[in-house]
Design a protein around this ligand. Structure first.
Ligand code: NAP
Ligand code: HSE
Length: 428
C-alpha cells in the first residue's frame, strides 16, 4: 500500500480543529485526490483537558510542540499555534532540522523570520507552505507561485483583514461608530488576541509583506511596509467618502517603482463601484496585475475555521502529491534585497481637520497647503455646536511626503485642533 502522509498538528484552536475535522470527514476524498492516505499521528496544545468538540483519542498527545515536531512518525509538521517568537518558531526550526516539511498559517512569524526559515528549509531540502497565512480561504499564494508563474507581476493590492473591513462596512450600513463596532467584533470573536494587530493594520501588513516577496522575488520586508490603522476613522469620514462616490478600505498595495519597492497598508478611499469598493463584511479580496494576464481578482472568506483549514489542507495535499515549491516561489538565496520606496506615487488625498471657528482660520489652512504646492480640489465645512468645526478637504494629486510636511505645519498653527486625518484616494 502507498505510504500515508503523517501529520503532527501543533495548535488545536479555531484553525487546528478545523483541519482535524476535514481530515476525519474527508479521508476517502483526500486519499483519492492525492493517491495516499493523509493521517494525523500526534497533536499538541496547551490544555490537554479542554473539550474541543472532536475526538482526539486516536492521536498521540504531546504537551511540548517542539517534541511533537521532532517525532519520527511525523512527516509534516503543521504549526497552528501563532506568535512570531517562542513555541511556533522553535518548533518549526526543530521540525526542519529533523527532516520534516512544514505547513503553517502564521503570517506574523513568516513576515518577520520568513527569509531565515526559508533558507533553513531549502538548505535541508525541506518545504514550508503557508497558504492559510494570507487571505484565509483564498488560494492567493498558489495563484502567484503556480498559475501566474509565467507573468511579471506589476502590482498586488487588496483587502486582507476581515475585521477591519467588517468594522468599516458596518459603520456605513448601521451608522454606528468605530468603538461600538470594535466591541461587536470582540463579542463575535473576530479580533486577534492583540486587537491592535487587526485595527492597527499590522496583521494585514504581515500578509502584504509575504505577497510582495512572492510577487517581486524580494526578501520579505515587513519593516518596510508603511502601516496605518483604522482607529481614527469616524462616521464623518465614511459619510463624506460615500457622498463623493467612494468607500474607505484598509487597502494594501505593493508595487515596484523606479524609487524602490512600495508597500503600504493604509486606509484609503476607493471608488464605491469598484470590486474592492463593493467588498462587504469580513470578506477579503486580492487583485493581482501582471504583464500577460493583465488583472486577476480573487475574493473569498479571509478567516474562520472552515476557510482557513481549507487553505491548510490545500498545502497538505500538495505535499502528499509530491509538489515541492520554494517557500517564496523561488530559491530563498535568489531573493533580492529591495530598497523601500520612501514616498508613494502622487495621488489625491482626503483630509479632515478640526478647525477652530475664528476669522481667518480657513485662510490659514489654504495658505499652508498653497505654500506646499498642494492644490485644493474640494472643501466642505459642516455645521457644529463645538468651538471646533470639522473641515473636509480633497486635494489634487500630491505626494504623501509633501502632504505630511503641510500637515505638520497645519498642526503647528493656532487654528487646527489635534492631528488631521489624511487618507489617500486610490483610483483603481
Ligand atoms: P487559536 O484559536 O488561539 O488557537 C491556538 C492554539 O494553539 C490553541 O489550541 C492553543 O492551545 C495552542 N497553543 C498556543 N500556544 C501554545 C504553546 N506554547 N504550546 C502548545 N500549544 C499552544 O488560534 P487560531 O485562530 O486557530 O490561529 C492559529 C494560527 O492561524 C495563527 O497563526 C493565526 O494567525 C493563523 N490564522 C488564523 C485565522 C483564523 O481565522 N482564526 C486565519 C488565518 C490565519 P490551547 O487550546 O490549549 O490554549
Ligand atoms: N484577524 C484576521 C482578520 C484573521 O480579521 O482578517 C485572519 O488572518
Amino acid at each position: 500500500m502507498t505510504q500515508p502522509l503523517r501529520l503532527g498538528i501543533a495548535g488545536l484552536g479555531t484553525v487546528g480543529i478545523g483541519v482535524v475535522k476535514i481530515i476525519r470527514r474527508q479521508a476517502a476524498l483526500l486519499e483519492a485526490r492525492t493517491g495516499r492516505p493523509v493521517v494525523i499521528t500526534a497533536v499538541s496544545a496547551r490544555d490537554a483537558s479542554k473539550d474541543r468538540g472532536v475526538s482526539l483519542k486516536d492521536y498521540a498527545w504531546e504537551t511540548d510542540p517542539v517534541a511533537l515536531s521532532k517525532r519520527d512518525d511525523v512527516d509534516v509538521f503543521v504549526e497552528l499555534m501563532g506568535g512570531h517568537e517562542g513555541a511556533a518558531k522553535d518548533a518549526i526550526e526543530a521540525a526542519l532540522a529533523t527532516g520534516k516539511d512544514v505547513v503553517t498559517a502564521n503570517k506574523a512569524l513568516l513576515a518577520i523570520h520568513g527569509q531565515a526559515l526559508a533558507e533553513q528549509a531549502e538548505g535541508a531540502g525541506r518545504v514550508i507552505r503557508f497558504e492559510a497565512a494570507v487571505a484565509g480561504g483564498i488560494p492567493v499564494i498558489k495563484s502567484l507561485t503556480e498559475g501566474l508563474a509565467g507573468n511579471e507581476i506589476t502590482r498586488v493590492m487588496g483587502v486582507m483583514n476581515g475585521t477591519c473591513n467588517y468594522i468599516l462596512t458596518r459603520m456605513e450600513a448601521t451608522g454606528q461608530g468605530y468603538n461600538v463596532l470594535f466591541d461587536e467584533c470582540a463579542e463575535l470573536g473576530y479580533l486577534e488576541a492583540d486587537p491592535n494587530l487587526d485595527v492597527g493594520g499590522i496583521d494585514a501588513g504581515h500578509k502584504l509583506a509575504l505577497l510582495s516577496s512572492i510577487a517581486f522575488g524580494t526578501k520579505p520586508a515587513f519593516d518596510d511596509v508603511q502601516l496605518e490603522g483604522i482607529q481614527r476613522i469616524q462616521l464623518d469620514d465614511i459619510r463624506a467618502a460615500a457622498d463623493m462616490g467612494y468607500r474607505i478600505k484598509l487597502l494594501g498595495v505593493a508595487q515596484r517603482t523606479a524609487r524602490g519597492l512600495e508597500q503600504r497598508m493604509t486606509p484609503c478611499l476607493v471608488p464605491a463601484n469598484s470590486p474592492l469598493g463593493q467588498l462587504e463584511g469580513g470578506t477579503n479580496m486580492v487583485v493581482i496585475e501582471a504583464d500577460a494576464v493583465e488583472q486577476v481578482v480573487l475574493r473569498g472568506p479571509g478567516a474562520g475555521e472552515g476557510p482557513t483549514a481549507s487553505a491548510v489542507m490545500g498545502d497538505v495535499c500538495d505535499l502528499a502529491r509530491g509538489l515541492r515549491i520554494a517557500t517564496f516561489g523561488q530559491p530563498a538565496e535568489t531573493l533580492q534585497e529591495a530598497p523601500a520606496a520612501q514616498t508613494g506615487l502622487p495621488a489625491p488625498f482626503y483630509l479632515r481637520l478640526s478647525l477652530l471657528d475664528k476669522p481667518g482660520a480657513l485662510a490659514k489652512v489654504a495658505a499652508i497647503l498653497g505654500e506646499a504646492g498642494i492644490s485644493i480640489d474640494r472643501m466642505r465645512q459642516y455645521g457644529h455646536d463645538e468651538p471646533t468645526a470639522p473641515v473636509l478637504i480633497v486635494t489634487h494629486k500630491c505626494t504623501r511626503a509633501t502632504l505630511d510636511a503641510a500637515l505638520h505645519a497645519l498642526e503647528a498653527t493656532d487654528v487646527v485642533d489635534g492631528a488631521p486625518v489624511a487618507l489617500r484616494i486610490e483610483e483603481l
